[in-house]
Design a protein around this ligand. Structure first.
Ligand code: SER
Length: 313
């Protein structure tokens, strides 16, 4: 059963959307969704395998069964949950990646995708227009698991020839799936609360700018990166990806244009504020633009417009 595309962590925020997009392009039966939990959503109907990335034997089974041509490894613990369970986050985020890279090397998997994050940067990185190459020093477990993961990806490319590709995603915003346990989750929750209750209490302060991206752009970037000829991929750690940078106050102002009575308030002393304060405010993604032609489509007004149209349905 070769020629299949395998998405591990298929039920998560990115996986839900990526499986859908890959199935539209490649056909439902050619995309194997794999996750530790059974799929809950009807739109994930299609081939499914239960897999725990911590279990070497389960991964072996799936590589042996499908000999996948592409593997997307999306199973991970995000920043805020990671601070509650530091060792568990490290184990899941690292062991999962190393297991998959090992099987990709052993089975000569043609292409592997693994997501990094803006969280790979830290308080000593330049905060504005953060360059591809600079001081990293991430100070969350999630962040340094991403930085270490980037190093492993580059290492497996150089040492074992695994064609692994990666993006440092900004906070991702989509209407089909919910994030879980992240610092950028407010920017998804706010839409649901605005429509349901007309108000939202943000756990980040009014002026906390973070790089964010609409899910459609994130999926396009991922597919474009994976489609690019191997010689165009000059960076084998992970590419900066900028998206749109805004604060909770700016997002609220944009939402108010559609829901005039919408009110935002701000909570104090949320632990996620410290995480956000250690991350870039905006990102320079010129390497992605120059190497494989990346171009963003959704700005803040377009993203808000599309989110509200779809969530209202
Ligand atoms: N969105 C993630 C988080 O907030 C960052 O990659 O944890």
């Amino acid at each position: 059963m070769s020629g299949k595309i395998l998405v591990i962590g298929a039920n998560g925020q990115i996986g839900t959307e990526l499986v859908r997009a890959l199935r539209q392009i490649n056909g439902v039966s050619n995309v194997i969704a794999a996750d530790i939990h059974n799929p809950a959503q009807p739109h994930t109907a299609g081939p499914f395998e239960h897999v725990n990335v911590m279990q070497d034997t389960e991964l072996h089974y799936i590589f042996e069964k499908y000999h996948p041509t592409q593997v997307y490894l999306l199973a991970a613990m995000l920043s805020a949950t990671g601070e509650q369970f530091p060792k568990k986050a490290w184990d899941l985020n690292m062991q999962g990646l190393i297991h998959v890279l090992d099987y990709a090397a052993a089975y000569k998997t043609p292409k592997v995708f693994w997501p990094s994050s803006i969280a790979a940067f830290g308080p000593n990185s330049p905060r504005d227009n953060t360059p591809q190459y600079c001081i990293m020093d991430p100070n969350t477990v999630y962040g340094f698991s991403k930085l270490a993961g980037e190093r492993w990806c580059e290492y497996y490319f150089n040492k074992y020839g695994v064609d692994v590709r990666s993006l440092r995603y900004p906070g991702l915003i989509g209407w089909r799936s919910a994030p879980g346990g992240g610092t950028t989750d407010y920017a998804v929750n706010i839409f649901h609360e605005a429509l349901q209750n007309g108000k939202y209490e943000s756990f980040l302060s009014a002026d906390t700018a973070l790089p964010m991206m609409y899910m459609d752009d994130a999926i396009n970037a991922t597919l474009q990166l994976m489609d690019a000829p191997a010689d165009k991929i000059k960076i084998r750690s992970s590419y900066n990806l900028a998206g749109i940078s805004f604060t909770p106050a700016q997002l609220a102002t944009e939402i108010k244009k559609h829901i005039p009575g919408f009110e935002i308030s701000y909570s104090q002393n949320d632990p996620r504020q410290l995480i956000a304060d250690s991350w870039p405010r905006s990102i320079d993604d010129s390497y992605a633009q120059n190497d494989w032609g990346w171009k963003l489509q959704y700005d803040l007004p377009a993203m808000v417009d599309d989110m509200l149209i779809n969530l209202k349905k």
